[in-house]
Design a protein around this ligand. Structure first.
Ligand code: PLP
Length: 391
């Protein structure tokens, strides 16, 4: 489908492939393998001389439809989907790096990403330097001759730090490295990192792309020469594959992505402003607030501030847990990106497995709470939080 269409149109139409039955809603192809007409056709498919499906570890029409729709939304030449967001990050580093290579990664990334890059990949000879803060000088200082990848999330999880993607793309290019952006918090509805100069976009489709908290999934997007050779090659062999069922759920989730992101962002802004007024709240982290250190950058780089609001509550862990336990409506869960608002205490959950020093370096205190704002009426969310904030 032509890239000239607007994002809203691509979200409901891009990637659709109809079978001979002419179904309007995309079909779910639950099959592990595909049948060839002749031995010669089988050989041609395996040799990449004829396009077509072979085996669902690496080719499935429902999965392809999801990949093409997401690629259209991100403005990417190529998309490889994976069984989870972590599988997307694993496939990126396994597909593109080798022993001896070096990664520079923001300290403010998802806890499992810190584990994967800092511990697991280290066992295979890939070293990672974690950089605190979004100042460009820190990134430049961390570069080594072996640096092949710069990795970040913007806004970061959970402190919503905003990184200058265009500037970091320049630094990566000069260093001969690729820039990968985990676009989980914004999604292409609010931010398109490839347009800003990033080489790779990574998604946990588990979050906003599904958007309704149903399935796990992930994706890696970028130029064909980077993604197809390296990442698809790894996925085809190693199999961290997205299931057709999950692809179908995410494909339908993409149709409502922009209206969900817009609505949830508007509610998040209202909630952030309300939280700033609460005496029991020490600090609010939200790119849509004028008090956010990178508010101007966020306005330039993003179409909206996103739906994640984090805040420090007075009284450390005890104070934070009191707010969590006083809620009656919010879901106490580590997930985010759902239509239902969720509340998380990062220091004891999502970031509980990383060392206290690494947590402190990332600025994640004991009093920090993260709310992923859903589609409920924002006044109801405020009332639920008020019970623990103003008991
Ligand atoms: C959840 C998350 C991931 C990991 O995704 P899974 O689908 O849970 O494997 C990666 N990055 C960010 C920013 C996330 O929020």
């Amino acid at each position: 489908m032509s890239d000239d269409y607007h994002l809203d149109t691509l979200a409901v139409r891009a990637g659709t492939q109809r079978s001979q039955f002419g179904e309007h809603s995309e079909a779910l192809y639950l099959t592990s393998s595909f049948v060839f007409k002749t031995a010669a056709q089988a050989a041609a498919r395996f040799a990449n001389q004829e396009p077509g499906n072979i085996y669902s570890r690496f080719t499935n029409p429902t999965v392809t439809m999801m990949e093409e729709r997401l690629a259209a939304l991100e403005g990417a030449q190529c998309c490889v989907s994976t069984g989870s967001g972590m599988a997307a990050i694993l496939s990126t580093v396994m597909g593109l790096l080798r022993s001896g290579d070096h990664i520079v990664c923001s300290a403010g990334v998802f806890g499992a990403t810190v584990q994967l890059l800092g511990n697991v990949m280290k066992r295979f000879g890939v070293e990672t330097t974690f950089v605190s803060g979004s100042a460009l000088s820190g990134w430049e200082k961390a570069l080594k001759p072996a640096t092949r990848l710069l990795f970040l999330e913007t806004p970061s999880n959970p402190l919503t730090e905003v990184y200058d993607v265009a500037a970091l793309a320049g630094i990566a290019k000069k260093a001969g490295a690729l820039l990968a952006v985990d676009n989980c918090f914004c999604t292409p509805a609010l931010q398109r990192p490839l347009e800003l100069g990033a080489d790779i976009v990574i998604h946990s489709a588990t979050k906003y792309l599904d958007g309704q908290g149903r399935v796990l999934g992930g994706a890696v997007l970028g130029r064909r020469d980077v993604i197809h050779e390296g990442v698809f090659g790894f996925l085809r062999t190693a199999g961290p594959t997205l299931s057709p069922f999950n692809a179908w759920v995410i494909l339908k989730g993409l149709e409502t992505l922009r209206i969900r992101m817009q609505n949830q962002s508007e509610s998040a802004l209202a909630l952030a402003r309300w939280l700033e007024q609460q005496p029991a709240v020490e600090r609010v982290y939200y790119p849509g607030l004028a008090s956010h250190p990178q508010h101007e950058l966020a306005k330039k780089q993003q179409k909206g501030p996103g739906a994640i609001v984090s805040f420090d509550v007075k009284g450390g862990r005890e104070g934070a847990w009191r707010v969590v336990d006083a809620t009656k409506m919010l879901s106490i869960t580590a997930n985010l990106g759902d239509t239902r608002s969720t509340i998380t205490h990062p220091a004891s959950t999502t970031h509980g497995r990383i060392s206290p020093e690494a947590r402190a370096a990332a600025g994640i205190g004991e009093g920090l709470l993260r709310v992923a704002v859903g589609l409920e009426k924002v006044e109801d969310i405020e009332a639920d939080l008020a019970q623990g904030l103003n008991p």
